[in-house]
Design a binder for this molecule. Structure first.
Ligand code: GLU
Length: 427
């Protein structure tokens, strides 16, 4: 496990450790900002880390104990905010990194939240619905003192969804003896979820990609797009981008990739996957090696699946003009310089995928007001925030002659540091 007391350096051996990756980017931005040493110390470590052991009685009567985490990186600008992921390879270092990225992400889009993240070490595909519900409710009960609309507001992330958020909301509400919808976001619409939330991360990716194309003098009609991941982020981005004329030439998933030089029929591919369980074997395209798909010549590459897919060993081979980071942490720090040398226009994760948490913020506002917006209002407000954030980050990068990622971190750190300074240290 990585420590976080001192500035870190990254090597080929540890470039895939997400907490080190987060720390290296943090250090670089802090150094350039000449950030106060004390504030640096505060922000380099998460404010609170909770580890829980979650007993669950399985359907066959056996008892299993799962390990879960909730990390609150910062609450300087407001309640901690961030998703919960269920995956067999979750680690505390990963959850720490993801929590800190939420702090920076919320600051980049300037919404009044800090950053948090949760994770449970489990393969949810191996659980029945009943087991999944028990696990979710007991995990919620274990962290219940630390979450709440004014404390820490979870949301979906990898392998969690609206139904799981509904169980969290219900468990929390039963303990509070009243219905508290604003304790989580990404809920079903029938329980106080926001219109437009399921599409929000993919829509945000589309909005910033359009801005980047404009900047490079390219039009969406002639833009070829490769998307890694066909889930909540990648699938939605594909659908929305196809609708406005982008050519989605390749979709890559964990079990294969499908290619069509003239652009894939995304609705057809979705139907095919529903029927067969896989994107491979689709009549509207040809299967290709999933390991090679990322290196296809294209205008836009959207890694929208997992961490660490663009690394020091493959960044050189990318042939995209724009890298729009739909996933959290898809690029390692050692790949950053390679991408810069290749003049790839990077839209960093803490900007590119911030559409999700932005509409989560709208959901939280709507729940607290008890007044729900139209989908049009949600999408318009989202567009405004994403375009303004893109402009301010790219403008900052130009002005300070840094790359887009460093600019995003610098803007975010500056905002969080200002909040810490104004609040002072309670002793
Ligand atoms: N899990 C999403 C993210 O990484 C959404 C978080 C949220 O809506 O709070 O940004």
């Amino acid at each position: 496990m990585a420590t976080y007391a001192a500035p870190v350096s990254i090597s080929y051996e540890n470039e895939k450790n997400p907490w080190l990756a987060a720390a290296v980017r943090f250090d670089e931005a802090a150094r350039r900002l000449n950030l106060d040493d004390g504030v640096c110390k505060i922000l380099r470590s998460p404010a609170r880390e909770i580890t829980v052991h979650i007993p669950v009685q399985l359907d066959d009567g056996r008892l299993e104990v799962f390990t879960g985490y909730r990390v609150q990186h910062s609450i300087a600008r407001g309640p901690a905010k961030g998703g919960i992921r269920f995956a067999p390879d979750v680690t505390l270092d990963e959850v720490r990194a993801l929590a800190s990225w939420m702090t920076w992400k919320c600051a980049v889009v300037n919404i009044p939240f800090g950053g948090g993240k949760g994770g449970v070490i489990v393969d949810p595909h191996l659980l029945s619905d009943t087991e999944l519900e028990k696990l979710t409710r007991r995990y919620t009960a274990e962290i219940i003192d630390f979450i709440g609309p004014e404390k820490d507001v979870p949301a979906p992330d990898v392998n969690t969804n609206a139904q799981i958020m509904a169980w969290i909301m219900d468990t929390y509400s039963m303990h509070s003896r009243q219905t508290v919808t604003a304790v989580v976001t990404g809920k079903p619409e029938a329980l106080g979820g926001s219109r437009g939330r399921p599409e929000a991360t993919g829509r945000g990716c589309m909005i910033v990609t359009l801005q980047a194309l404009k900047r490079l003098g390219l039009s969406p009609e002639s833009a070829r797009v490769v998307i890694q991941g066909f889930g909540n982020v990648g699938g939605m981005a594909a659908k929305l981008m196809k609708k406005i004329g982008f050519k989605i030439v390749c979709i890559v998933e964990y079990d294969g990739a499908v290619y069509n030089a003239h652009g894939l029929d995304i609705a057809g591919l979705e139907k095919h996957r529903k029927e067969t369980g896989s994107i491979t074997g689709f009549a509207g395209g040809e299967d290709m090696d999933k390991g090679e798909a990322m290196f296809l010549p294209c205008d836009v590459l959207i890694p929208a699946a997992t961490e660490n897919v663009v690394t020091s060993s493959n960044a050189e081979r990318l042939r995209c003009r724009i890298l729009c980071e739909g996933a959290n942490g898809p690029t390692t720090p050692l790949a950053d310089q390679i991408l810069e040398d290749k003049k790839v226009f990077v839209i960093p994760d803490i900007l590119a995928n911030a559409g999700g948490v932005t509409v989560s913020y709208f959901e939280w506002v709507q729940d607290r007001q008890g007044f729900f917006w139209t989908e049009k209002a949600v999408n318009e407000q989202l567009e405004q925030i994403m375009v303004d954030s893109f402009d301010s980050i790219v403008g900052y990068a130009d002005q300070h002659r840094v790359n887009n990622r460093t600019a995003a971190y610098m803007v975010a750190l500056d905002r969080v540091a200002a909040a810490i300074k104004l609040r002072g240290i309670y002793a």
